[in-house]
Design a binder for this molecule. Structure first.
Ligand SMILES: O=P(O)(O)OC[C@H]1O[C@H](OP(=O)(O)OP(=O)(O)O)[C@H](O)[C@@H]1O
Length: 237
C-alpha cells in the first residue's frame, strides 16, 4: 500500500467509526470494534488517525458486519415482499462507505467502469466509481435522443414482459474491466442484462455486487454467468 492508499484507508475507517458512533456511546463502540474508547473518541473527533492496521480491521471486519446491519435497519420490506431502500440509496454519505468494504470482502478486480441500471443503482454506482477513480455508466430502459450508437440487451422476463436496456456504445471500451453493481438483486434479470451489455462491449467482468440480495435466485443466476466474484452486503429471505 502506498502512502496515499494508506491515508485513504485511514479516512475511510474514520467515516465508518463516525457512522457507527451515530447510534452508539463510545463504550458501545469500543465493544463493537475491540478498540479503547479513548482512542475511538480521538479518531471520531479527527484529532488522531487510526494506524493503517487498525484502519484495515475497522474497514474490513467491523465495517462489513455493521454496514450490513445498518442496511437492514434502513430497509423496509412491505407485506408483499417489495423493498423500500430509499433510506439507503438517497444517502450518499452512507453509500460512500460501501466501496472499500465491498472490495475488501469480495476481492473484485478494480474496475475501469462501474456499470448499473437506472434508476436505483445509480447513486451506489456513482459512489463506488468515485472511490475507484473509475467511470460510472448506467443502462436505461429508453434511448437517449442524441446518442447514435447503443449496446442493447433484451430479455423476456418470467412475467412475460420484454425488457430492453440501452447503454451508449461509447461508455465501455473493449478490454476494460467492468464492475456490475445494483442496489438490489432479486431475480438477477437486471444483472444478467448488464452482463450481456459488458459481454457485447468485449469488456472483462471484475465482479457483480449488490447492496441487498432478496432471496438467493439472483446471486445464483449471476454466478452462473461469470467466474468473477458475485456478492451482496446484506440478504433478506
Ligand atoms: O434482480 P432483479 O429481479 O432484476 O431486480 C433488481 C432490480 O430491480 C430494481 O430496479 P427496477 O427494475 O425496479 O427499476 P428502478 O430502479 O427504476 O426502480 C433494482 O434497482 C434492480 O435494478
Amino acid at each position: 500500500m502506498n502512502r496515499a492508499e494508506k491515508a485513504n484507508l485511514q479516512l475511510q475507517a474514520v467515516s465508518v467509526l463516525r457512522m457507527l458512533k451515530e447510534t452508539r456511546t463510545y463504550d458501545e463502540l469500543a465493544e463493537v470494534t475491540d478498540l479503547p474508547a479513548g482512542d475511538l473518541n480521538r479518531y471520531v473527533n479527527g484529532h488522531v488517525l487510526p494506524s493503517p492496521d487498525r484502519a484495515e480491521a475497522v474497514v474490513e471486519g467491523v465495517g462489513r458486519e455493521q454496514l450490513a446491519e445498518e442496511l437492514q435497519a434502513r430497509t423496509r420490506l412491505d407485506p408483499e415482499g417489495y423493498v423500500d431502500n430509499s433510506g439507503v440509496v438517497f444517502d450518499q454519505s452512507f453509500l460512500d462507505l460501501v466501496a472499500p468494504v465491498a472490495v475488501e470482502t469480495f476481492d473484485f478486480d478494480l474496475p475501469d467502469v462501474v456499470l448499473t441500471a437506472a434508476t436505483d443503482g445509480i447513486t451506489l454506482a456513482a459512489a463506488m466509481a468515485s472511490y475507484f477513480g473509475a467511470r460510472c455508466a448506467y443502462a436505461k430502459k429508453s434511448k437517449e435522443t442524441a446518442v447514435e450508437e447503443f449496446i442493447e440487451a433484451r430479455q423476456r422476463l418470467a412475467s412475460g414482459i420484454e425488457l430492453t436496456y440501452y447503454l451508449p456504445a461509447s461508455a465501455i471500451a473493449p478490454g476494460e474491466t467492468v464492475l456490475v453493481v445494483d442496489d438490489l438483486i432479486r431475480s438477477g434479470e437486471t444483472q444478467e442484462l448488464l452482463l450481456d451489455i459488458a459481454e457485447d462491449a468485449d469488456a472483462n467482468v471484475g465482479g457483480v455486487f449488490a447492496l441487498i440480495a432478496a432471496g438467493t435466485e439472483g446471486i445464483e443466476r449471476a454466478k452462473g454467468r461469470t467466474d468473477a466474484p458475485v456478492g451482496a452486503l446484506a440478504s433478506f429471505e
